[in-house]
Design a protein around this ligand. Structure first.
Ligand SMILES: C[S@@+](CC[C@H](N)C(=O)[O-])C[C@H]1O[C@@H](n2cnc3c(N)ncnc32)[C@H](O)[C@@H]1O
Length: 334
């Protein structure tokens, strides 16, 4: 794992700084994380991107699962669903907010023919993404722009549509983000996405629920997690007309929930590192690699907190208190 090219002490310091922002008994707090959201998110993705690509692929999101479709097919279907909601077609100029290494952007461009600019504030992910785009010969329809999605470098009313997949959860202020998206859209244009949310089953007085929330925040670079109702309100407050919003997690086949790949119960190579044996082997291997200095100090700590986050995501899914796919479709008024 090269982890954003961070070397030795820099990598170890990045791990320590990141952990400190989540230490609510020490220097960390929601306000602190919001104020430092750029550092928080960039540190997180500098550390986690290689693990994501290795374990998940080029689309860094979850999907509902149906019938006998493969994992890759389920991701593509989840992406096409947004393209259909936005009625994307050739000639449209669209934004992908928080585009990762561009897996969804390339798939949606292939599927719809629309031109897409992927916004991402993480330089390492962009360098990875541009390489994938060149290899897949998708430069004509897709490109990356390094920018903070809280301050989009586009003129008012210049875009035919926008979408975001599991990225707006990183925003320090949802109303401000949605206002910024609204500003760049043409009147009548649509905005759709999948949000990470606490559901109405989340009970803030339950210690278990609070621990699940905390572990997801720490393990996934989030300042906080919003309730589904807060997302609806933020869209309306920003000036959007809300067309549709619903949690689509229950639309998975009952025996194939979105979190199945994280349980280690699937008989696939991808699930292997999540089985008890896989975890022991990974833990052992990362520690040995640290010892012989093939991997920087901190690698095994990152691997452990990503595993803790995966456990929390499974617990959030099983208790129904958390969803990574609160779907919304909103429109800029004419
Ligand atoms: C979970 S990943 C999802 C990536 C992509 N949507 C996908 O599904 O593959 C979240 C992405 O949001 C990006 N991001 C988070 N905060 C951002 C910000 N303020 N401005 C731009 N990008 C941001 C991260 O760098 C990362 O690429």
């Amino acid at each position: 794992m090269r982890a954003a090219g961070l070397q030795g002490e820099t990598y170890t310091k990045t791990v320590d700084d990141y952990r400190r922002l989540h230490d609510d008994d020490g220097e960390g707090s929601v306000d602190e994380r919001r104020a430092n959201y750029t550092t928080l998110v960039n540190q997180y993705y500098d550390l986690a991107t290689d693990f994501y690509e290795f374990g998940w692929g080029q689309s860094f999101h979850f999907a509902t699962r149906r019938g006998k479709e493969t994992f890759a097919e389920s991701l593509a279907r989840h992406e096409h669903f947004l393209a259909d909601a936005l009625r994307l077609q050739p000639g449209m100029d669209v934004l992908d907010l928080g585009c990762g290494v561009g897996g969804p952007m390339r798939e949606i461009a292939r599927y719809s023919g629309a031109s897409i600019v992927g916004i991402n504030n993480n330089a390492y992910q962009i360098s990875r993404g541009e390489r994938h785009t060149r290899r897949q010969k998708m430069e004509r329809l897709t490109s990356f722009q390094k920018a903070d999605f809280m301050q989009l470098p586009f003129e008012d009313g210049s875009r035919d549509g926008a979408y975001t997949i599991e990225a707006s959860c990183h925003a320090p202020d949802k109303v401000a983000l949605f206002r910024e998206v609204l500003r760049t859209l043409k009147p009548g244009a649509s905005f759709a996405g999948y949000e990470w949310c606490l559901t109405p089953l989340y009970d803030a007085s339950s210690m278990r629920h609070r621990q699940i929330k905390k572990d997801i925040e720490e393990g996934d670079g989030l300042p906080d997690i919003a309730l589904t109702t807060e997302v609806d309100q933020a869209l309306v407050e920003a000036g959007f007309e809300l067309i549709e919003a619903r949690d689509i997690a229950p639309e998975s086949d009952p025996f194939s929930p979105w979190y199945l790949p994280l349980t280690g119960k699937e008989l696939t190579l991808r699930s292997l590192p999540r089985t008890p044996l896989g975890r022991t082997v990974t833990n052992f291997a990362t520690r040995v690699m640290e010892r012989v200095r093939i991997a920087p100090q901190g690698t095994s700590e990152v691997s452990s907190f990503l595993n803790r986050a995966a456990d929390a995501l499974v617990a959030g899914g099983e208790t129904g208190t958390f969803t990574p796919m609160y779907f919304f479709h909103a429109k800029k008024p004419e």
